[in-house]
Design a protein around this ligand. Structure first.
Ligand SMILES: *Cc1c(COP(=O)(O)O)cnc(C)c1O
Length: 376
């Protein structure tokens, strides 16, 4: 009996739907429009030096989980620095952004409670919801009115938690955070905002959109990742001291895994140093992204509601999006076709992210290439 025969059928079905994916090693000859290393910090000499220093002084591994013997002075230092950047009393670092969400949501709500999530919320938030066993109610994308309707309708639920992103990962649009915070507060719901794509880019000194809107006291959990604009790896939350204490005791994705290793912590501290010394990096990135977006729009492309460094170009059909990505690759651009289940059915798109590795000349040239591939 071939116990793996069913896998062929599954893979064939994916191929037929143009949804089959492969993990291909990065071709460095291509101009990369698919990187989340927005501030180009992954290769910054100061970041590399800080990672090397931590590696030499503290070794390659933390050696244990945080609550056993894996907590190092570097964890505490990084947590204090992240809390300060975000304007919160406390911070807590996790193995990745995915693990952060997976740890945090089930620590806050459980059976009998309810999570209210934006319909486009990231897969990590959805997986965390399932793990929590709380009921899930999804509100229409960026629709605080619909969120309020759902909160009223489910007023009888136990603890309530609202989750959204501040910059949406696949659409590059921004959440109406002040409205969402007002509604969550009015209905006594906790609020978690995932700033994976806002950290380092938006807000004073790259602190994010919560801080830009001065919503630190209205947003209970400011979640972020070290893996995107900070050019490293790892995830974190900024929150109150008592929420931090709860997470340390209840977040299983924090407790039952080895602590983030020294070089990763060093890199993050180095990135924060660079960010502190160069407070205009995020604004410069957004300026270049706006130029690029204007050029794409002027050529008649639909960049959806993008208002950030993430710029989708709407295509619709999966096969066409794939073919376009292939055509761009032939012309030297690495652009990924984003298809379901990452985005809703029928909304396949090219997703271009602008980074500080792109010069203005690169962006002008690339806008022309993308426009002529699509407008035919
Ligand atoms: C990337 C991302 C995460 C996960 O962060 P990692 O550090 O890459 O695991 C979480 N939420 C959102 C919105 C993201 O885009």
């Amino acid at each position: 009996m071939n116990r793996e025969a069913w896998i062929d059928a599954e893979l064939d079905a994916l191929r037929e739907a143009h949804l089959f994916r492969r993990a291909i090693a990065l071709d460095r000859a291509l101009l990369n429009f698919s990187s989340n290393d927005y501030l180009n910090l992954a290769h910054h000499p100061e970041v590399i030096a800080a990672a090397e220093r931590a590696l030499r002084e503290c070794g390659a591994s933390a050696g244990a989980s945080r609550l056993v013997s894996g907590t190092l002075a570097l964890h505490e230092e990084l947590e204090a620095r992240l809390a300060k950047l975000k304007g919160y009393p406390a911070g807590l670092v996790f193995g990745s952004g995915y693990l952060t969400n997976l740890g945090v949501l089930p620590a806050l709500v459980g059976r009998g409670d309810a999570i209210f999530a934006d319909r486009l919320a990231h897969a990590s938030l959805m997986d965390a919801t399932m793990l929590s066993r709380a009921e899930l109610h999804r509100f229409r994308h960026n629709d605080a009115g619909h969120l309020e309707e759902l909160l009223k309708k489910h007023a009888g639920a136990g603890r309530k938690l609202v989750v959204t992103e501040s910059v949406f990962s696949m659409d590059g649009d921004l959440a109406p955070l002040p409205d969402i915070a007002t509604v969550a507060e009015r209905h006594g719901a906790l609020l978690l905002v995932d700033e994976a794509h806002a950290t380092g880019v938006f807000g004073p000194g790259g602190s994010g959109l919560i801080r830009e809107h001065k919503l630190e006291s209205a947003v209970n959990i400011s979640m972020g990742t070290l893996s995107k604009a900070l050019g490293g790896y790892g995830g974190f939350v900024a929150c109150s001291e008592k929420l931090r204490a709860l997470l340390i005791n209840r977040a299983r994705a924090f407790i039952f895994t080895t602590a983030p290793p020294p070089p990763v912590l060093g890199a993050a501290l180095g990135a924060l140093d660079v960010l502190e010394k160069n407070t205009g990096l995020g604004a410069e990135l957004l300026r270049r992204a706006a130029l690029f977006r204007q050029q794409l729009q002027a050529a008649g492309l639909d960049t959806m509601q993008s208002a950030s460094q993430i710029i989708p170009v709407f295509v619709g059909d999966n096969a066409r999006a794939l073919a376009l990505a292939g055509r761009l690759r032939e012309q030297g651009l690495l652009v990924v076709a984003i298809r379901p289940p990452t985005v809703p059915e029928g909304t396949a798109r090219l997703r271009l992210s602008v980074t500080l590795a792109h010069s203005e000349a690169d962006l002008v040239r690339s806008a022309k290439i993308v426009s002529s591939a699509i407008v035919r």
